[in-house]
Design a binder for this molecule. Structure first.
Ligand code: CTP
Ligand code: CA
Length: 240
């Protein structure tokens, strides 16, 4: 290994990362989307590459360039992302679901463009649930018994019923992944977007196994380095 802090520690490992935001087609020209820029997922891919891993990046509509050196698989919708993730999962030592996957998609994708009509009522879009890709990846792992580290992301806001941390713990237990990276989303006191599209980030890393949440803050690259360091430690510990 090249030494230094973590350089080469993922040599020989394959890391599968999803990034960006899915777009759910309404008709040939329209979609339902979200504000994810893909910056945090791309930063994770870059940090894994820097640690010596082979990286496959399943990329949905990134606002930023995919890192050189990663095998990039472009996808559009949640269903396409699901297919790509399940296809590449069997070869991955670690999986990071950093993408913002749409929870719902329009029930039907119209074959032709939706038109305004004066003689008919305005259309209503009916939505159906998308599959939970992260939960499926966890299921696939337990079904196959493949040793694999699975990391989820959670964007949470607090409300009267719970804090972001409480919601994140419940989500981690529900999904069954090994680590969950918690972001607080929404707007800050000045009304500015707190996470989406920004270069700075502040997260908590929670482990299914328990223990104190680990705080990491800084640029999205610094946060990514902290997440990849933690992943590297967990991979090493699972083999010890
Ligand atoms: N995720 C996924 N497939 C989905 C939705 C989410 O794989 N259909 C993944 C995300 O990539 C992320 C994690 O699940 O790693 C948590 O996403 P989040 O939207 O916070 O959780 P949801 O289960 O969708 O719950 P919520 O109702 O709070 O949105
Ligand atoms: Ca969601």
């Amino acid at each position: 290994a090249a030494g230094g802090r973590g350089a080469g520690r993922l040599a020989g490992r394959h890391v599968l990362v999803s990034a960006g935001g899915t777009r759910e087609p309404l008709d040939p020209v329209r979609f339902l989307g979200n504000r994810s820029s893909g910056k945090q997922g791309v930063a994770i891919a870059r940090a894994a590459l820097a640690a010596g891993a082979r990286v496959t990046l399943v990329a949905a509509h990134l606002d930023v360039a995919a890192p050189e050196g990663a095998e990039t698989v472009p996808v559009g919708s949640a269903l396409e992302m699901r297919e790509a993730m399940l296809e590449h999962a069997p070869r991955a030592d670690a999986i990071v679901m950093a993408a913002a996957v749409a929870d719902f998609r329009p029930r039907t994708e119209r074959a032709s463009k939706l038109k305004k009509r004066d003689d008919a009522a305005d259309p209503v879009v009916e939505l159906v649930r998308n599959p939970d890709i992260l939960a499926e990846l966890v299921q696939r792992r337990s079904a196959t018994g493949q040793p694999q580290l699975i990391v989820g992301f959670a964007a949470e806001t607090g409300d009267d019923d719970g804090t972001p941390l409480e919601y994140a713990r419940a989500k981690l237990a529900r999904k069954g992944c090994d680590l969950l990276v918690l972001n607080e989303v929404g707007t800050d006191a000045s009304g500015a977007q707190r996470v989406f599209g920004r270069d700075e980030n502040s997260v908590m890393i929670l482990a299914l196994a328990g223990g104190e949440p680990q705080h990491a803050a800084g640029s999205k690259d610094e946060v990514a380095a902290a997440v990849v360091r933690r992943m590297t430690d967990e991979l090493a510990a699972s083999e010890a």
